[in-house]
Design a protein around this ligand. Structure first.
Ligand SMILES: [Zn+2]
Length: 420
């Protein structure tokens, strides 16, 4: 950090940041300490509005794009510069926590608030972003807003996306625009000078090692599959085994074979069957239809390829009597953040005397899609017991404040070092 900025950048306000978290946690509060805040639900829209109002009070422009991504813009001294952007998402899992996503939005908000108070001007405009539909619970796919914004996903089919109740994304974006009626139109793909995202780690490493800040090196790649096994329904009382084409029996064979394929003595492979449906689902009927999903992740693209490419054949070979079809629904390589941005985060940590370590991200984040779009980076902070996607998720006020401080300091350094 340059002497100028080290002296200029004051401390973030720990209490204010915590109060913001507790205020935001009321939107979609479950009553068990967590939140259930689907993307652009009424609660989520109300949250967007609160942050938009905060921005309007400071005379910042608010912009919303066609996918419901919302930007709050503090002007820079050189308006020819593309903005430096920081934020994350506000939607949650159905039994989500109070910190996943929203902490990244609020860290950026606090960073900007401190600069406002200290009257620190940046050359680049600073934007706080709330990406829409990161979790992928209400609409598919995950990280939809950032993927579309950065040009990774095609526009047509996604805008028509509907939630399980048949409500379209387009309808809900209109509702957001009505709620935040002072927001103007944002065009997709409008350039960024740089992107920085804070997130809770969602894993145990930082807490176990008592480290303040994780400097994220990469986001691991992922391949996702859907497997459909078709047999034949039959009477459970009258049909002998030899005559059955039981889809569940073959599903068990397939799952066993997949467990062997993905077995990893190093325990670096992440293999999950998160959805599993048996039909018709009647007590006295031999199942004729099993559907399940495969979520496979790894940090090395070579491993993603070699194991992922075997999934189809392994599933087909393992089934004895039923027909198996395998569809790959996602194939994303691992994403490495530029060393230059990681180094700036490290410099910020050193200057504050915070402990830090480099680590890869096991979870996907919006920053994945921004990385090819502009110089990007991620900051992790510890969360209690590494628990996330859970109502018990917790990050303490001091950890949140340290994270926001590093966001503020890093944004200032990026402002000096990045081109327009
Ligand atoms: Zn998240």
């Amino acid at each position: 950090m340059s002497r100028h900025h080290a002296d200029a950048m004051p401390h973030v306000n720990t209490d204010r940041l915590w109060q913001w978290h507790m205020r935001m946690a009321r939107f979609g509060a479950t009553g068990r300490g967590g939140v259930n805040r689907p993307a652009l639900s009424t609660d989520d829209i109300e949250l967007h509005k609160q942050i938009a109002l905060w921005a309007r009070e400071r005379k910042f422009d608010v912009e919303i794009d066609d996918y419901g991504n919302q930007f709050m813009r503090r002007p820079g001294t050189d308006e020819n510069c593309a903005p430096l952007v920081s934020g994350s998402h506000s939607d949650s899992q159905p039994t989500g926590g109070r910190f996943d996503g929203i902490s990244g939005v609020l860290a950026a908000l606090e960073a900007v608030e401190v600069m406002e108070e200290a009257r620190i001007r940046t050359r680049h405009p600073l934007e706080i972003v709330i990406w829409n539909n990161e979790e992928g619970v209400r609409f598919r796919p995950t990280q939809m807003g950032s993927a579309v914004y950065a040009g990774h996903a095609r526009l047509g089919p996604l805008q028509a996306a509907v939630d399980p109740q048949g409500v379209s994304l387009e309808t809900e974006v209109d509702r957001l625009r009505q709620a935040v009626d002072f927001a103007s139109e944002r065009s997709l793909g409008k350039p960024f000078a740089g992107y920085l995202e804070l997130h809770i780690e969602q894993g145990p490493i930082l807490e176990e090692e008592q480290i303040d800040i994780g400097i994220v090196t990469s986001i691991q790649g992922t391949r996702k599959f859907e497997v459909q096994i078709l047999g034949e329904a039959a009477h459970a009382g009258t049909t002998p085994s030899r005559n059955r084409r039981d889809a569940l029996v073959d599903a068990v064979n397939v799952v066993k074979a997949l467990q062997i394929l993905f077995y990893d003595p190093l325990d670096l492979v992440r293999f999950t069957i998160g959805q599993f449906e048996v039909k018709p689902g009647a007590l006295a009927v031999v199942p004729d239809n099993v559907f399940f999903t495969i979520d496979f992740r790894h940090h090395e693209d070579a491993v993603l390829k070699s194991l992922g490419d075997q999934v189809k054949a392994v599933c087909e070979d393992a089934a004895e009597r039923c027909n198996v079809s395998v569809t790959e629904t996602r194939n994303a390589h691992s994403e490495n953040f530029p060393k230059s941005v990681q180094k700036i985060v490290e410099t910020a940590c050193s200057a504050r005397g915070y402990t830090y370590r480099y680590l890869p991200s096991g979870a996907g984040h919006d920053a994945r899609y921004l990385n090819a779009f502009c110089p990007s980076g991620m900051v992790f902070i510890p969360c209690r017991n590494g628990i996330s996607h859970n109502e018990a998720e917790y990050a303490d006020p001091a950890a949140l404040a340290k994270g926001a401080q590093i966001v503020a300091d890093t944004l200032l350094m990026l402002d000096e070092q990045l081109a327009s």
